[in-house]
Design a protein around this ligand. Sequence first.
Ligand SMILES: [Zn+2]
Ligand SMILES: [Zn+2]
Length: 304
Amino acid sequence: MPATCQTTTEPMTYFEAYPEHLPGVLHFTCPRLHATLTPESCAARHGLALGDTHGQFSACRNCSVGRVHATGQQATHDRLSELGSTGTMAKLCMRCGHQRDRRVGPICISCYNRELEAKKGCNAKGKPPVAYAPLRLRRVGLELPNGEIRWVLFEAQTWLEPLLRGLKAYPGAKLYDGQPSNDSPWNAEAQCFEYRDEHGQPLAMEVELQGNHQVVRYRKALPGELPAPVVASVSLFDPGFVAEWLRISDEGQSLGKEWRALDYGCSACRQGVMQARRRAGQLEVRCTGCGEATKQPMLREAAG
Ligand SMILES: [Zn+2]
Ligand SMILES: [Zn+2]
């Protein structure tokens, strides 16, 4: 098993290590590797470590300094403390967004059992239980570290799930809030919206199974081919905006004392989602990726 999380809050010091050859390029001394690194190479190592199952880069896997650098920020005391106190991703159920100690893979025991029941119900009776929202393919757009935009589908129950599972499947990737095409008009004949390329030609999609998800490729539709359906893109907000919205909406009233992840990506780092809780008349919102956080008084307490 990899070492436990390096929960240092000791800030890193940045300096020009090679002013003659690399003027202006900041480095820091990594206390784990005892090496001089740029934050960028640290972030890359951390990204590789997340996707590494052989333990080759395990020193960088659970490193809080690497996690901060992966968000493109400097590892200050505040940023490191935010991450240290969150411990968010380790316990997060990627389906319901609650933090649970007991989990099976990416989801909590409760979500797992409900899925199992639904599957059994399906096997025994030939249809899924009525009360259970069935899993369906949900899309997320990701910008890979090399700049490539990748569209992936996960069989998921909530909109939160593809965001978290996408970030996990592609270490170092960022949530992408664009669309495969800038043009997606209504097709009156087909009674649906469709993507069109720059020449006004509808786009079709091809899917390819890759591990636990499907990769979507959009291309020009062939004559008579079914166009790709238009789906909503990821919403990216900052914690302040989400807190303000939760304050005035009913969703804010449904929050409890425990952190719950919401299906909004973080516009600052694009590597985390918003988490919120309501405690002592305060609404708290933070990002699971960079730890960016805010706290605001609630407008009103829930009745009763
Ligand atoms: Zn759950
Ligand atoms: Zn963030």
